[in-house]
Design a protein around this ligand. Structure first.
Ligand SMILES: Nc1ncnc2c1ncn2[C@@H]1O[C@H](COP(=O)(O)OP(=O)(O)OP(=O)(O)O)[C@@H](O)[C@H]1O
Ligand SMILES: [Mg+2]
Length: 414
């Protein structure tokens, strides 16, 4: 298969608990966002709780997803930006300090790179690696809360950063799976941060929001304010727990419980559930009549627990009930009927369901909250190593255009 175009192409691969999703994007000149030219999805059992636990099975799912995306796009994939998920992801704060390099004491982009590098030189516990550096604000000669110090005069430059760190063994299994599928990893990114690129606008991040990526086994949380990442974490609860609770509560199999979840659950606390019954088959084969009220009580209990955990994360950074742009819900669990209303009540914040928007190309398949992460990984891949957590703003694209056009085109030529 040959490359279809000389335009910059980027690839995101999301190793989810239910499926591996691969997205190929192409940046057309002057288009505000990349066009989606390839989509591949393959169910997997090799990922559990967001981490790879069976390399062989994950490799075959990655291969199948890539094959599909390649077939649709006519592009051969050699490298990608890949998501990292799991409770092992942790955000820590770190400070970097450097002397301004220029003789005339004007702060340059090079000083910014040096001070961010300095912030990463910290004592990490053994077996942990940094997977994301997010500068929050700078201090120039004691003047705090500087957003962009480039061009300012100063002797001493400091930066406060949020560093996202991951456990090396989990990272290695991800790398091994991707490499065995014949793909190079350009970068690793926490899946909730990738999803944030897709669903949180620069304005949402500026005024304050929390992205809640409700997957099958995990929920990723990323809190933003003043354009910067304040906190990111992964909770060990997702939409599959709702299914399991229904299966246990009704003594039925998981497949039946999943169908009940899709057909009957309405998490909206205002909904008055009629006491109407429907029949399911118990594990022993006996028919059982249950009511919508019963199954919704089971589902709401689990979802309330999930939002209590999200609220606890917001409390850690003193933002509970305090984010004007509210909770932006994505991931497959965001498709649950009434979930935004429940989130609004439990988090005391506005809440919105977010699907990928503003893309051209093969969009019918990807306009679902489930694709937010894979698309965000593709967006990160577009910006390459030149952006450390910035937005998909037109200025950042233009700023990086020359460098990444060269590097990405080379990548596909070689
Ligand atoms: N229309 C729908 N209504 C209700 N739930 C849905 C719907 N579509 C998907 N889900 C649920 O979303 C979950 C899968 O979401 P997603 O694909 O984001 O997870 P994942 O990325 O594979 O998992 P994780 O992020 O935990 O590794 C499943 O539990 C599924 O039942
Ligand atoms: Mg996911």
């Amino acid at each position: 298969m040959s490359q279809k175009s000389e335009l910059p192409i980027a690839v995101g691969i999301d190793l989810g608990t239910t499926a591996v999703r691969c997205i190929i994007g192409m940046q057309e000149e002057e288009a505000p966002a990349p066009s989606i030219i390839g989509v591949g999805v393959s169910g997997t059992e090799g990922v559990r709780k967001g981490v790879v636990h069976d390399v062989a099975s994950t490799v075959s799912a990655i291969t199948a997803a890539i094959d599909e995306a390649e077939r649709i796009s006519g592009v051969e994939i050699r490298g990608a930006t890949v998501g990292v998920n799991g409770q092992h992801l942790v955000t820590v704060s770190s400070r970097g300090i450097v002397a301004v390099g220029n003789a005339n004491r004007e702060i340059s982009q090079e000083d910014i790179a040096r001070v961010e590098e300095a912030a990463t030189v910290m004592q990490l516990p053994p077996n942990r690696e940094i997977v994301g550096i997010f500068p929050r604000n700078y201090t120039v000669d004691g003047q705090e809360h500087v957003k962009n110090p480039v061009g300012m005069s100063g002797m001493r430059l400091e930066v406060d950063t949020s560093l996202v760190t991951a456990a090396t063994p989990f990272l290695k299994n991800t790398t091994r799976s991707i490499n065995q599928a014949g793909i190079d990893i350009h970068t690793h990114t926490a899946t909730a941060l990738a999803a944030s690129r897709t669903v949180a606008s620069p304005r949402d991040r500026e005024i304050g929001c929390v992205v809640v990526d409700i997957g099958a086994n995990t929920t990723g949380v990323a809190v933003f304010e003043e354009g910067e990442l304040l906190h990111a974490s992964v909770l060990p609860v997702g939409a599959a727990h709702v299914t399991n609770d229904i299966a246990i509560g009704l003594r039925t199999d998981v497949e039946t419980a999943e169908n009940i979840k899709l057909d009957y659950i309405d998490a909206d606390p205002q909904t008055k559930h009629a006491n109407e019954g429907f029949t399911v088959k118990e594990l022993n084969g006996d028919p059982l009549t249950v009511t919508k009220l019963e199954v919704n009580t089971i589902a709401q209990a689990r979802l309330k627990e999930l939002f209590r955990l999200v609220d606890k994360e917001l409390k850690k950074v003193k933002k509970d009930g305090m984010l004007p742009a509210g909770a932006l819900l994505c991931g497959g669990g965001a498709n649950l009927t009434g979930i935004a209303e429940l989130a609004k009540q439990e988090l005391r914040l506005p809440a919105h369901i977010k699907s990928p928007r503003g893309f051209s190309g093969i969009v019918d398949k990807i306009q679902d909250p489930q694709f937010s992460t894979a698309i965000g990984l593709m967006l990160e891949d577009m910006e390459g190593e030149y952006d450390l957590g910035g937005d998909l703003s037109v200025t950042s694209i233009i700023g990086n255009l020359q460098s990444w056009m060269g590097s990405i085109v080379d990548r596909f030529r070689s």
